[in-house]
Ligand binder design. Sequence first.
Ligand SMILES: [Zn+2]
Length: 200
Amino acid sequence: MRGTHYNPESCVYPGCSAFALTGAQHCWEHLADKAVFVAALREKGLANAWLSCIDLSGMALHGADLRGARLSGACLRNADLRHADLRRAFLDDANLTGADLSGANLELAVLGGAVLTGAKLLNARLCRANLVGASGEGADFSGADLYYSRPGNARFAKALFRGANIQRAIFRRADLRGTDFTDARGEANFENAKMEGVKR
Ligand SMILES: [Zn+2]
């Protein structure tokens, strides 16, 4: 496939330095028929697609194959991503406010700087995921597998980690005030984390 994550093509808009979306000649900003592009997305296949900065807010992506997709800076507010396959996907600086990622597979995904405020990640697989600097106040990670994940500097106040696997997770300098780790399993690194009011 042309113009994927691994060999993106430049946006044809004069003077634009961004890459074109997979299957289009323009980046999201310069794409004229945004609605048409989004409507056709699921049929095209999204694995390894370059979809940087796309707006898919509220979209039904239940079970979608988004492996290795480049969704950096994308708006996925309130999107339904339940059981989506997001292994190795790039969601850095993406807006996932209120999104439902329950049962999604985010192994090795990059979520650095992503916004997960109020998002649901029940039983999600986040093994080895990069969550550095992510914010997710009130996010629900109950039952999630956070083995060897890296939520350093993350802002997860009032988030829920009930029954989650936090073995080798690195919460260094994270804001975990008022979080709930009831029945969480494993040894995590909480070095210099803000832990006031944490339930364990
Ligand atoms: Zn452009």
